[in-house]
Design a protein around this ligand. Sequence first.
Ligand code: NAP
Length: 265
Amino acid sequence: MKFAITSKGDSNSNGLMHRIKTYLLDFELTYDEEEPDIVVSVGGDGTLLYAFHRYSSRLDKTAFVGVHTGHLGFYADWVPEEIEKLVIAIAKTPFQVVEYPLLEVIIRYRSGGRESNYLALNESTVKGLEATLVMDVEIGGQHFECFRGDGLCVSTPSGSTAYNKALGGAIIHPSFSALQLTEIASINNRVFRTIGSPLLLPKHHTCMLKPVKQTDFYITIDHLTLLHKDVKSIQYRVSDKKIRFARFRPFPFWKRVHDSFISNE
Ligand code: NAP
């Protein structure tokens, strides 16, 4: 089996990365940064986001597992004290795979019929450059509302515990193939009106954002923020692709939610 390891880059994570690499080489696994069967991410959830984007072109062939060197993570759920156990499990057992849904983002531009395609593991947000963001929101091909405010966030179920949660969105179990649309500080008064609640869309429903006046926006894809100019529309839907996590023991999602947000005692 071929493996790769990504590290957060601090000395603790780097030290752990070198130990895991040595152990796995001792078990005669092959280190291959280009075409790994399994990627071990050492750091936090942010580190796993980077690993996901690095290997997003081979999601059907690569599985991920996360070791956290900070607090408990959603994608990084192994602790440094367990790495011997993890290494033996990787080396010895055909591992189980758990798949989580991803968000597909298609940005279309006004000129030349151009488009850009992205995959997000957590979420994508849209914000204006200076003035209030004004966007027509279409759901399932029908006009739903005209949004005015700071921005909009579209998240995956596994991203629902990240930015989405801070925006008052619901926490969604990753076995649902769905996307969630949440508002970032909408303007609501007698003149301007938005739904004001997070919306949960099933796999077969698409959400389309169409700029009313502005054409330039900051659009985030997980940790990546890019300025997109000349935008005609931004389409969101549940991707046909999924991220695959290597599972060596049960760690129920709701236990991770409890341990992260309530108490880990
Ligand atoms: P960051 O600002 O360095 O870290 C953001 C925090 O979000 C970190 O504590 C990270 O955990 C945590 N996180 C990431 N994915 C998560 C998930 N699925 N569930 C629960 N917590 C999660 O940024 P970054 O490391 O580059 O990560 C980018 C992410 O930051 C974005 O995808 C977005 O979700 C999040 N974000 C959150 C807010 C907010 O809550 N107000 C605002 C902007 C962005 P680790 O410490 O384990 O890495």
